[in-house]
Design a protein around this ligand. Sequence first.
Ligand code: SAH
Length: 348
Amino acid sequence: MEKVHLLGFTEDEMKSFAREMGEAAFRGKQIFRWIWRGARDFSQMTDLPAGLREKLDETACIGCLDVLDVQEDEKDGTRKFLFGLEDGNTVEGVFMKYRYGNSMCVSSQVGCKMGCKFCASALGGFVRDLTAGEIADQILSAERYTGEKVNHVVVMGMGEPLDNYDNLSQFLRLLHEQGGKNMSYRNMTVSTSGIVPAIAMFADDFPQVNLAVSLHRLTDSGRNSIMPVNRKYPVDELLSAADRYTEKTGRRVTFEYALIDGENDREEDVELMIRKLRGKLCHVNLIPLNEVKETGLTGSSRRRAEEIAAALNSAGIPATVRRELGSKIDGACGQLRRKAQEKQLPKI
Ligand code: SAH
């Protein structure tokens, strides 16, 4: 019999689960709290009767991720994790230290359907959605490994979160649960390649969660050529969806713009950005492209990125160049996984 995965349950769902086992609801509350305090094993749940712990051990499990590999940048504290899932698939997560606390970048799918030309995750195609518990376990596993707490979460790892909407929603609600992680929605950010109808849903369901939109190009022909999703949801529709998000929520949208040398960092690209983004409640995050050798694309220089940021700022559009964390360990997104697939890492 397959074991029930408890990490994906909210506190109420855990209470129902306890009742279904013939136990009092408060046992569910106890289990929920233990899990979110980091318990990995039912034997740690010392205020549960021994008989119940045994029963749980037979029928249920908590998390299911293994840490397969960790790359650390000792200078800035960034740690890049390769997680193994129960079915043998792998995903990445990145733990980062900022002045305001620790942030974790999590994956939402194994692989991705979106096919962006510059992205390592697109290369292997789509495998499957992650469950809410598998997304959450990336955080608990990183906390356990580092001995530190995660205060902010960005859903910016492998996969398209808005293409896995139900599991993403459950994950965000789980993090917010008072008896668990109790993370404010304001400390969560979801990044999308631009699935317009899902952005509208997201604004309704999670008006306090931050939205990041991966823009990268502002002409339809240009964006079509690097992001196939644009053929379905063109630039202007995407920008309108972002406008509706800010109207509804009063929150600033982050536009991510990965700078590709000679492709989207020319004067005309900057002028178009200024024309289209001026007046919006937004922030532009410029990221010199991380090189993925298979794509043949190169990133713009740091200097060019700074120039573009300055041009946007003087046009009244807040823009920054993303701080390069973990520069020593950095391959582009998804590359740790690709390397591991090549050399078959053992468990640690
Ligand atoms: N699918 C979502 C979230 C995951 S990708 C999205 O598209 O937003 C997270 C961010 O990394 C996106 O902005 C994506 O465009 C960017 N990205 C992907 N590959 C990159 C690369 N090689 N260099 C820099 N940024 C990259």
